[in-house]
Design a protein around this ligand. Structure first.
Ligand SMILES: *[C@@H]1O[C@H](CO)[C@@H](O)[C@H](O)[C@H]1NC(C)=O
Ligand SMILES: *[C@@H]1O[C@H](CO)[C@@H](O)[C@H](O)[C@H]1NC(C)=O
Ligand SMILES: *[C@@H]1O[C@H](CO)[C@@H](O)[C@H](O)[C@H]1NC(C)=O
Ligand SMILES: *[C@@H]1O[C@H](CO)[C@@H](O)[C@H](O)[C@H]1NC(C)=O
Length: 407
């Protein structure tokens, strides 16, 4: 996540976190203002019963498609910031790299018509005209992220992830890009959140995958490896978990929001038992495409002070802290107490190297008096420590200790 300005730090961070989604007709002038959709309506979780009913209907279709139990998709680790994998879009399939983001719901890729914006140059782009299964929806979209914005048109086509082909998937073809994934080999994003797309009318990709009967269980899991280690490759597992990639049991927590991967934790302490913050519980969202752990400034500041980190930069939004690289091995674990159990995060995961500097992954959000600013965002530094399963069917998240092979 690109949370602080590269100009200050000369550090590249990458963002997701859709702040706002706008949809509007391509031919806006000829339509009434009522076609302008602002934001996305809240969606309830799909009940597992309904998912099974949908899968049965699938058997009546001409093409009976096999249901997978679990499918692994190998992910590339981009300098311990974010992770991406390869998908195929259209017929015949065109291969693109995408990030998988639990913090948003929309799917979009760059269009070959994304030419004039400078931030289009290094991406592979989708040639819609050569796909026999493409349908234009004649409605434009605009997404705003913290790092920049994107706009383009909604289309429908098939998308294959790990060999599972979702048909008639609605997604955005971005023709204008201002700052999203600049200088990074990521050509689009698949949102694994809860919302529908296209003004709240069309299912997101994971819901379609389950609705079209491609997966038995509406669950997916992430394993994020450590760069330059002997770890197995990073993996997104669809339909369940991969037991080779974690150790011990899962700690499960129920979701505390209907439309987000949000849960309530108990408190956070250092491994000497000293409680750092949140004696009364904290709300956190798990975001697979966010490269920091972001929390309220006061808590983060206390924690970083105890770790010996010093303020490196502050901008309109975030406080970021630096730490002496030599101290990494002597730093304590930061323990998240969740459902009464201890999730111990090693300094190998919460210290991130960016352009030769060592940063604390704990970044503080300014103005925690605003309620929504009190929400913690647990990004990839947290998920490197904990193999995380996102269980949509049961409305819960599970954490287990991620397997790491380096010293
Ligand atoms: C990743 O790290 C390498 C080596 O330090 C550097 O050359 C490259 O620019 C980095 N890439 C990104 C996207 O930060
Ligand atoms: C899709 O293809 C059609 C036909 O070639 C073209 O007119 C249109 O501009 C394309 N749309 C995008 C977003 O690339
Ligand atoms: C996709 O759309 C086509 C044409 O509208 C239809 O025949 C097909 O059954 C749809 N596929 C799915 C999985 O809904
Ligand atoms: C924090 O946000 C509140 C509500 O938006 C505002 O009234 C207050 O002035 C802000 N405080 C600071 C220090 O920015």
């Amino acid at each position: 996540m690109h949370l602080f300005p590269a100009a200050v730090l000369t550090i590249t961070l990458i963002s997701s976190c859709a702040a706002r989604v706008l949809n509007f007709p391509v031919n806006a002038a000829s339509r009434s203002r009522t076609h302008f959709h602002r934001g996305q309506p809240q969606q309830r979780l799909h009940a597992p019963v309904r998912l099974r009913a949908l899968s049965r209907q699938d058997g009546n279709r001409k093409h009976v498609r096999a249901k997978a139990s679990t499918i692994d998709i190998e992910l590339q680790n981009l300098n311990n910031t974010v992770y991406y994998g390869s998908i195929n879009v259209g017929t015949p399939g065109q291969q693109l790299n995408v990030a998988f983001d639990t913090g948003s719901s929309a799917t979009w890729i760059f269009s070959e018509r994304c030419l004039s914006s400078p931030d289009c140059h290094m991406h592979r782009k989708y040639n819609n005209a050569s796909s026999t299964t493409l349908k234009n929806k004649l409605v434009r979209f605009a997404f705003e992220y913290f790092t920049g914005s994107l706009s383009g048109v909604w289309v429908e086509d098939s998308i294959s992830v790990g060999g599972l082909t979702v048909e008639n998937q609605t997604f955005g073809l971005a023709t204008v890009n201002d700052g999203v994934y600049e200088n990074v080999d990521i050509d689009g994003m698949i949102g694994l959140g809860f919302l529908k797309m296209f003004g709240g009318k069309e299912p997101n990709l994971f819901d379609n995958m389950v609705g079209q009967g491609l997966l038995q269980n509406p669950v997916f899991s992430f394993y994020f490896n450590r760069k330059d280690s002997d770890d197995p490759s990073s993996r997104l597992t669809l339909g369940g978990t991969n037991p080779d990639l974690y150790t011990g049991d899962f700690t499960f927590v129920d979701l505390t929001a209907q439309n987000r991967w949000q849960f309530e934790g108990d408190w956070v302490q250092l491994n000497d038992g000293e409680v750092i913050f949140s004696k009364y519980g904290f709300q956190a969202v798990v975001e697979s495409d966010n490269d920091m752990i972001v929390g309220p400034y006061e808590d983060v500041s206390d924690l970083n002070m105890k770790l010996g980190a010093t303020l490196l930069s502050e901008n309109g939004y975030l406080y970021v802290y630096e730490i002496n690289c030599d101290s990494i091995d002597s730093l304590p674990d930061v323990e998240f107490i969740v459902d009464g159990k201890k999730l111990a995060l090693s300094s190998k995961d919460y210290i991130v190297k960016r352009n030769g500097r060592c940063l604390s992954a704990f970044a503080g959000k300014k103005n925690s008096t605003v309620k929504r600013h009190q929400l913690w965002i647990l990004g990839t530094p947290f998920m490197r420590g904990f193999y995380t399963q996102f269980d949509k069917g049961n409305g819960r998240i599970g954490f287990a200790k991620a397997k790491h092979l380096n010293k």
